[in-house]
Design a protein around this ligand. Structure first.
Ligand code: ADP
Ligand code: MG
Length: 343
């Protein structure tokens, strides 16, 4: 460990520690820490700060979210991927106001979800956010036409009937299912049902749309159509979209893909905003490991396996990167900045 990793209060008062910020009193320390916290995600539309969700069933405790940090800006289209059981649905249920975290802070479009009470929560779920489930049958009412399904959420608002009808028609057109207006869900394909479901979720002009594996029951061609519809809604309406998917190719179609592993965001893949069009050069999405605010990074399993990294590693600060070595095999020659773990 290098000295810079020590908390300032423990930094030895010698010349080598001169670069450390000096805190005269505990109060100054506290103020500095608070300032740091206030800055986290200040301008973001979705802020998950150290989110924890523990499920307790009898004797068994499952930590579905283990201190998850996530920021999403207004107008982003973000995909969440991760193995089954990694906490994706848990996160989406919390963000959409269906479930509450055990600890941590979560804010969506200015609403602090942690302390939100019944009425405000209901309003939040009807107006601020929209939700699409994986099961096509769960999104739509079977005895209503597509048009009537999209109009239904608007009946909780003061929107006039004629306006409701016009808006429903526009949304169905936008999602490419205008021709399905008069059909009931049973007369629609799975992809058409999900596009009508997206229109329904957008009926009350939500600020954020959440979708939990909306293409999970669809074949890949149909799932492309649904993703195109989501992209269109994001582009045309400016609505922020967070979509959970197991589709590995999704990172090529959205702005940002975040991977949840063990209840935390582990990797982010960012697609360049201005990629090649038809010039032939490739658009390469870049993957990043996520550095959380406590300074933690999750190393990919393949990397730790390849080098046999376990329990302790040696770190070295270089001018433009940080080196990591297995404990048992010290780098040769040992960089000057490495100090072995002396525990
Ligand atoms: P994903 O959507 O990524 O597949 P989930 O968020 O559904 O994962 O689940 C994360 C973990 O929490 C899993 O281990 C799951 O078994 C557990 N879990 C989810 N919901 C409940 C619940 N209601 N009660 C107990 N455990 C749950
Ligand atoms: Mg799930």
């Amino acid at each position: 460990m290098t000295q810079s990793a020590m908390p300032p209060s423990e930094a030895p008062n010698t010349d080598t520690a001169a670069a450390e910020p000096e805190f005269a009193t505990l109060r100054e320390l506290e103020e500095a820490a608070t300032r740091q916290r206030a800055r986290f995600g200040e301008s973001a539309q979705i802020v998950c700060d150290n989110l924890v969700r523990i499920y307790q069933t009898g004797e068994v405790e499952v930590q579905a979210l283990q201190g998850l940090d996530l920021l999403v800006d207004r107008g982003e289209l973000v995909a969440i991927v991760g193995a089954s059981g990694s906490g994706k649905s848990t996160l989406l249920n919390i963000l959409s106001g269906l479930d509450r975290p055990t600890a941590g802070a979560v804010r969506v479009a200015g609403h602090q979800l942690m302390g939100m009470k019944g009425r405000e929560r209901l309003r939040y779920r009807r107006k601020t956010v929209g939700f699409v489930w994986q099961q096509t049958g769960r999104n739509l009412i079977p005895y209503l036409s597509a048009q009537e399904n999209v109009m239904l959420p608007m009946s909780y608002t003061s929107v006039r009937r004629r306006q409701r009808s016009a808006r429903a028609g526009e949304l169905l057109e936008l999602l490419g299912v205008g021709y399905c207006r008069e059909r009931r869900p049973a007369q629609l394909s799975g992809g058409e049902q999900q596009r009508v479901a997206i229109a329904t979720a957008l009926a009350n002009e939500p600020e954020v749309l959440f979708a939990d594996e909306p293409t999970g029951e669809l074949d890949s061609a149909t799932s492309d159509e649904v993703f195109d519809a989501l992209r269109g809604a994001n582009r045309e309406l400016g609505v922020t979209i967070v979509v959970v998917t197991h589709d590995a190719a999704v990172s090529e179609r959205v702005g940002r893909t975040v991977e949840i592993r063990d209840g935390r965001i582990s990797t982010e893949t960012v697609r360049p905003a201005h990629g090649a069009h038809d010039g032939g050069s490739e658009v390469v999405a870049q993957s990043y490991a996520v550095l959380d605010r406590a300074g933690r990074v999750q190393l990919p399993h393949e990397y730790t396996e390849a080098l046999g990294l376990r329990e302790r590693v040696l770190l070295a600060l270089e001018p433009d990167h940080i080196g990591i070595w297995p404990q048992h095999r010290s780098p040769d020659p040992l960089p000057a900045s490495v100090e072995g773990d002396e525990e």
